[in-house]
Design a protein around this ligand. Structure first.
Ligand code: MN
Ligand code: MN
Length: 297
């Protein structure tokens, strides 16, 4: 079960309203790296998890992410409060209200006009939140790796938002939210390495002859060697030509068709056969004014 506590996880102090800043904060409310995506990601993973330790951790972090959603949503609501009241009560002239929600690079008009200044489940560009932001696959080593990446992305978005405001209360609350993503990343890393072995993911062994091969597939200057393709770590295949048909076969595709299927495919190919000897006059030729005289029709 869930319970709600009327106190926030971190106190929100907003110095002055700012609908443009509120709009940018939506990135962490209804955006792909935002708190709703994080909460839903860990909550759904926790429901299906059979390992008692991971289940407990995922449920703890999912619940904390909902608490973060409450903090960032409250910041957005506070920043929007001024414009919300003024627009609802028409306290200014039309021109002045218009300027307030669209002026100085402030594109908060959708939030104000459509959503009434409330924190909507959209990102800062107005894109609707959707479950496609969550890429859980139901394998713990894959999902933990994805969670680690999600936390690191969330941390970067918070850094960018912190750099966009000089409001000390907003900066501080965002700093807390950013810091918690770092702590979550650490927990997910520990949980990943608490599974041994954790690489490669899954149960099937990779094909040994290709599992530690590096194919240098790009032609031209600039090939660089590093630990990602070093001779210590990989069998380095230096040219793309050596990467053709590495199985030793022809490299040409084959498929077995039923007799009726083979006949139909041949009929189709015959019916749509191109004539390389032809040079047909087309509409583009006729319209171009460049038709050779001997071809004039
Ligand atoms: Mn969070
Ligand atoms: Mn997190």
């Amino acid at each position: 079960m869930f319970m709600h506590n009327k106190r926030l996880q971190y106190t929100v102090r907003v110095s002055e309203t700012n609908p443009g800043l509120a709009n940018l904060m939506l990135e962490q409310f209804g955006g792909p790296q935002g708190e709703l995506a994080a909460a839903c990601r860990y909550f759904t993973q926790a429901l299906a998890e059979d390992d008692p330790g991971r289940k407990d951790m995922l449920m703890d972090i999912a619940t904390e992410e909902l608490s973060h959603l409450e903090v960032i949503g409250t910041i957005i609501a506070m920043l929007n409060k001024g414009a919300k009241g003024e627009l609802a009560e028409a306290t200014d002239s039309e021109a002045e209200l218009y300027r307030k929600i669209t002026g100085a690079g402030n594109d908060s008009h959708v939030t104000q006009v459509l959503y009434g200044g409330g924190p909507a489940l959209i990102n800062s560009g107005g894109q609707l939140w959707n479950a496609g932001y969550i890429d859980s696959i139901g394998d713990p080593t894959c999902d933990l790796r994805s969670n680690i990446a999600a936390e690191s992305r969330a941390k970067i978005i918070y850094e960018r938002l912190i750099n966009l405001t000089d409001d000390p209360g907003v900066k501080e609350a965002l700093g807390f939210l950013m810091t918690r993503e770092v702590a979550h990343q650490l927990s997910f890393e520990k949980a990943l390495y608490a599974i041994t072995p954790n690489f490669p993911p899954g149960k099937m062994a990779p094909m040994p002859q290709f599992a530690r091969t590096y194919f240098n597939m790009s032609e031209g200057d600039g090939d660089t060697r590093g630990p990602w393709n070093s001779d210590e770590n990989f069998q380095y295949v230096g040219s793309a030509k050596q990467a053709m048909a590495v199985d030793g076969g022809s490299g040409l595709p084959e498929v077995m068709l039923q007799p009726g299927q083979a006949q139909a495919v041949e009929q189709l190919a015959a019916r749509t056969l191109s004539d390389p000897e032809s040079d047909p006059v087309t509409g583009a030729d006729l319209g171009s004014g460049e038709l050779p005289t001997e071809k004039a029709v």
